[in-house]
Design a protein around this ligand. Structure first.
Ligand code: CP
Ligand code: NVA
Length: 302
C-alpha cells in the first residue's frame, strides 16, 4: 500500500511522469452504476499514462442479454490491458477477476470501495504525515461499502479505525469486520465498531461520512433508514468533540443537511476537494504498478 501511496504522490506532483506506460494500450471501464469521480479519475488516469480508456455502460454489453461473465471476461482480456469495474454484486467482480487474464480493479460494489480508500489515505497522510500512532480515524454513518472499506484499509495500514453506525440492519457486515480484525492481528491496527456517534467522534483526527442511501438501496426503506441514521449526522456540535486538528472527509456525492451539515463540509476542516483530486493520482498509481507487474493479487483485485 505504501508503494501505491508513494507513487500517487509522484503523480500528484507530475501527472505525466509515466506517459508511455500504457502507450498503444486500452483500459476497459465497465460500470452498471452511476459515477462522477471514479469514471473521470479512471479515464484521466489512463490518458495520463498514454493509454486509451474504453468506457462500457451497463447495458452496452451483451452481458445484459445473457452472455456469461466468464465469456465477457475472456473477450475484454483480449483487447484491454486492465478492467476497471463498478457494479452491484461483489461476486460478479470476483467472477470477472477469476476469468480474466488481465488485472480487474474494483471501482465499487455493494460491499466495498477499495480505490476510494487510497485517495482517502493519501489525503490523510498529507495532513498528518505517516506517523499515525495515537490517532483515531472515524467513519460515521451507514455500515455500507464505505464503512467496510474504511475498516479494512485502516487494518492494512495499522491504524486505529472506528466505525460508528446504527446497530442491527445498518451496521457493517460481520464478514467485513472479521476481515479487518484478521488483518489487524498482523499489522497492529485497532478496529472498533460502536453504535454511538459521540463516542465515535470523541478525540478523532478524522470524521468521515458517506451518503445514507447508497446506489441500489431500496427506496422502500428510505424513511426507516434516515430515521435510524439521524443521530449520526456530522454537525458542528459533533465536530467539537474531535481532536483540535481534526479534519472532515467524505467520498462524495454528499447530501448537505442529511449526513453532513453545510457548515462542516464547506468549512475550514473539510478536505473533500483534495480527497476527490486524489482519485486520479491513486488510480493512476494502481494502473502504473499493475501493468508493470509490480502488484500480485490484492484487495484491489476482483
Ligand atoms: N466517490 C465516488 O466513488 O464517487 P463517484 O460515485 O462519483 O464515482
Ligand atoms: N455508499 C455509496 C458510495 C458512493 C461513492 C454508494 O455505494 O452509493
Amino acid at each position: 500500500m505504501d508503494l501505491l501511496l508513494t507513487t500517487a504522490a509522484k503523480f500528484a506532483d507530475d501527472p505525466f511522469a509515466a506517459r508511455e506506460t500504457l502507450a498503444n494500450q486500452t483500459v476497459a471501464i465497465y460500470m452498471t452504476k452511476p459515477s462522477t469521480r471514479t469514471r473521470l479519475a479512471s479515464e484521466t488516469a489512463v490518458a495520463h499514462l498514454g493509454g486509451t480508456p474504453v468506457f462500457l455502460r451497463g447495458d452496452d454489453l451483451q452481458l445484459g442479454r445473457g452472455e456469461t461473465i466468464s465469456d465477457t471476461a475472456k473477450i475484454i482480456s483480449g483487447f484491454a490491458s486492465a478492467l476497471i469495474v463498478r457494479t452491484f454484486a461483489q461476486s460478479d467482480v470476483d467472477e470477472l477477476g477469476a476469468a480474466s487474464t488481465i488485472p480487474v480493479i474494483n471501482a465499487l460494489t455493494d460491499d466495498d470501495h477499495p480505490t476510494q480508500l487510497l485517495a482517502d489515505w493519501i489525503t490523510i497522510r498529507e495532513k498528518f504525515g505517516t506517523d499515525i500512532s495515537g490517532r483515531k480515524f472515524t467513519y460515521i454513518g451507514d455500515g455500507n461499502n464505505m464503512a467496510h472499506a474504511w475498516l479494512i484499509m485502516g487494518a492494512i495500514l495499522g491504524a486505529h479505525v472506528v466505525a460508528a453506525t446504527p446497530s442491527g440492519k445498518w451496521a457493517p457486515d460481520a464478514s467485513a469486520i472479521a476481515t479487518a480484525m484478521k488483518i489487524a492481528k498482523s499489522t497492529g491496527a485497532k478496529i472498533e465498531v460502536v453504535h454511538d456517534a459521540r463516542a465515535g467522534a470523541e478525540n478523532s483526527s478524522v470524521l468521515y461520512t458517506d451518503v445514507w442511501m447508497s446506489m441500489g438501496d431500496p427506496e422502500s426503506e428510505r424513511a426507516e433508514k434516515l430515521k435510524a441514521l439521524s443521530p449520526f449526522a456530522v454537525t458542528p456540535e459533533l465536530m467539537k468533540l474531535t481532536a483540535p486538528d481534526s479534519i472532515f472527509m467524505h467520498c462524495l456525492p454528499a447530501h448537505r443537511g442529511e449526513e453532513v451539515s453545510a457548515e462542516v463540509i464547506d468549512g475550514p476542516a473539510s478536505l473533500i476537494w483534495r480527497e476527490a483530486y486524489h482519485r486520479r493520482t491513486t488510480i493512476q498509481a494502481i494502473l502504473y504498478h499493475l501493468v508493470r507487474g509490480d502488484l500480485q493479487g490484492s484487495a484491489l483485485l476482483g
